[in-house]
Design a protein around this ligand. Structure first.
Ligand code: ADP
Length: 601
């Protein structure tokens, strides 16, 4: 049996009215019964006193007083009431129960005194002899308007008391039974009421803890049933809402995780709420261990702490740029901090997005430099041509041999201009299409041989022995034949340019480890170690004057690198000054499945 506080209250609530009504009803009925009984006794005493008065009036003043005594005694015994006849002075003349001579004078008794003043008297007092209250009623005995004495009838009220006690017992037993019934009823009611309430409490407490899976058996049609259904509905909608929130949160977290931009959210006390791995990388912190720590404890980059503090103070978006000098390169990070507001628009924190724009900056710098370099490279031959042409025009009397010399120099400059424009166009062609030139399955030997053939005469002119090695089997790659021909041309052209007369150049096409390798080795001047990593940069030349003299543009190797990259390949250089250089471009061999049916192989 469930003995809850509620069941005690319910039992008490049932008992209290029962006790009060039992007390009121019992009290009222006992009182009314007492009054009725007293009235009844009074009436009967009045009748008996009247009878006694009549009997005594006839005998008083007569000589046979003993007759009176006998009559009074027998009458009293007959009617079961004590009868007393008293003379006008209060002396007892006859009594139905005692000898009159042994009795006191009764003149001072209240009922006797009342007869004198009111014509009749009644008094109730406790009798030690009887151990009970006794009601006395006295009437005057008169003859011819003269008071002869008093007739008094007395009766013990013990019977009334017994009746009252009986009634009290009945009331008490009734009340006790009612209390018992109320207690049992209270328990049964409490069990029926408290059990579902306890179940509802458990569900509500579960919800408070975040457990929304509990449901109540909502079968009843009463208010408790309605409440259970409402609670079930609340649990269900809370569960749905919670699931939506969790799904949204997970989406947001995976979004944050996958973001390239760093994101850090802090609360009002600048403690980290959320940090993604991109932010962790920039700030040099671990996102997992940073949560709940103050941001200034997590990172040493004061600008990030500063922008968050400013946003928290102002409640507005704040933008700033962060420059970090890392070991390898300078890092430029754009920071945008915004306030975090709750549902009521109250400021609860701030979030900063860190956008690493270093690559963009570098690209911009490269482009700026490229435009400056290209303009400069173009300006030089144009200025030279202009000056030469003006000289020829101005000097009408110039000898024809000088004129021929000037024209030859103009031709050289214009050729330089043309190869520069050609290289720039090649670069632009390679960069213009979004995914680079369209790659198709080809036999690399074709474009390789074509490029080598075209340069053999140049090598011969310069007194350089060019040795070619090509595999017998096709070398299948996914590529742009024109671009790959250009790659070979540029490497071989450089080898011929930077190798002196009598030198050797080996140009090889090899395969191995799933790679096709175009290798160009020469016995030329070589490249110093500090320049080797830079020769692939645009417009970088080890010896500017010599390169120009040889018709170089400074773009050849950067084009080679670009073409290799488009084909998922790489370029390498090994060189020893004074001994010679070896340039290699390796490209992945196309797996057989990728070779198109219409292949020309
Ligand atoms: P360039 O048009 O000046 O030849 P490249 O980009 O082709 O421009 O080459 C960049 C620089 O690398 C050249 O100026 C030269 O100094 C050096 N270089 C390239 N190939 C060789 C080589 N085979 N031997 C020595 N130096 C070379």
């Amino acid at each position: 049996m469930i003995r809850s506080r509620f069941s005690w209250k319910l039992t008490a609530g049932l008992l209290l009215p029962i006790l009060i009504s039992a007390a009121i009803v019992g009290g009222l009925s006992i009182r009314s019964m007492e009054e009725d009984s007293r009235e009844e006794v009074r009436r009967s005493l009045a009748a008996q006193a009247t009878l006694l008065r009549n009997v005594a009036a006839a005998r008083l003043g007569q000589p046979q007083e003993s007759v009176l005594k006998r009559e009074v005694r027998s009458l009293g015994e007959e009617i079961g009431t004590r009868l007393t006849v008293i003379d006008a002075e209060g002396l007892v003349l006859a009594d139905s129960q005692e000898d009159p001579s042994s009795m006191d004078n009764l003149a001072s008794r209240p009922e006797i005194m009342a007869v004198r003043s009111h014509g009749s008297g009644i008094a109730t007092r406790y009798s030690h002899e009887l151990g009970a209250s006794v009601m006395h009623l006295a009437l005057p005995i008169e003859a011819d308007g003269r008071l002869l004495g008093y007739a008094r009838a007395s009766r013990s009220l013990s019977e009334i008391n017994r009746r009252l006690t009986r009634l009290g017992t009945v009331v008490a037993v009734g009340a006790a039974l009612a209390i018992l019934a109320a207690t049992v009823l209270g328990m049964v009611l409490a069990r029926n009421f408290v059990k579902p309430v306890k179940a509802m409490t458990a569900v509500a407490e579960g919800m408070a803890r975040g457990d929304y899976n509990r449901r109540l058996p909502a079968t009843g049609t009463d208010e408790l049933g309605d409440l259970a259904r409402a609670l079930n509905q609340t649990a269900k909608s809370s569960q749905n809402r919670m699931e939506t929130i969790i799904t949204d949160r997970n989406k947001l977290l995976s979004l944050l995780k996958g973001m390239v931009e760093g994101v850090v959210a802090v609360d009002r006390d600048e403690r980290v709420l959320q940090m993604n791995s991109a932010a962790g990388k920039i700030l040099g912190a671990s996102p997992e261990t940073s949560v709940s720590k103050p941001i200034w404890e997590v990172t040493r980059i004061s600008q990030v702490c500063d922008i968050l503090s400013r946003t928290l103070r102002s409640g507005r978006d704040v933008k700033d740029e962060l420059r970090l000098a890392t070991r390898s390169q300078d890092q430029v990070v754009e920071m945008l901090a915004s306030p975090l507001l709750d549902g009521e628009g109250e400021l609860v924190g701030a979030v900063v997005v860190l956008h690493d724009v270093s690559d963009l900056h570098r690209l911009q710098t490269v482009r700026r430099d490229f435009v400056a370099n290209a303009s400069h490279e173009l300006k030089t031959p144009i200025a030279a041509i202009r000056a030469l042409v003006e000289t020829v025009i101005d000097d009408q009397s110039m000898r024809s041999s000088d004129q021929a010399h000037f024209l030859a120099r103009i031709r050289n400059q214009s050729m330089r201009l043309s190869s520069l424009v050609a290289d720039l166009l090649t670069l632009s062609r390679l960069e213009s299409s979004p995914g680079g030139p369209e790659l198709r399955p080809i036999d690399l030997r074709e474009s390789f041989k074509g490029a080598v053939q075209a340069l053999l005469p140049t090598g011969e002119d310069r007194g350089i022995a060019v040795h070619t090695e090509v595999p017998e089997n096709p070398v299948q790659v996914l590529g742009d034949p024109e671009a790959l021909g250009q790659l070979t041309t540029n490497l071989l052209d450089n080898a011929i340019k930077y190798t002196g007369r009598g030198g050797h150049v080996w140009v090889r096409l090899k395969t191995g480890n799933g790679q096709a390798v175009i290798e160009v080795q020469d016995t030329g001047m070589g490249i110093a170690p500090q320049d080797q990593s830079r020769v692939f940069e645009r417009f970088y030349r080890v010896d500017k004057a010599r390169s120009r003299e040889l018709g170089g543009t400074g773009l050849g190797l950067s084009i080679v690198k670009h073409i290799a990259a488009i084909h998922q390949g790489r370029v390498f250089v090994e060189s020893t000054p004074g001994i010679g250089s070896t340039f290699r471009a390796s490209l992945p061999i196309a797996p057989l499945g990728s070779v198109h049916k219409n292949t020309t192989l």
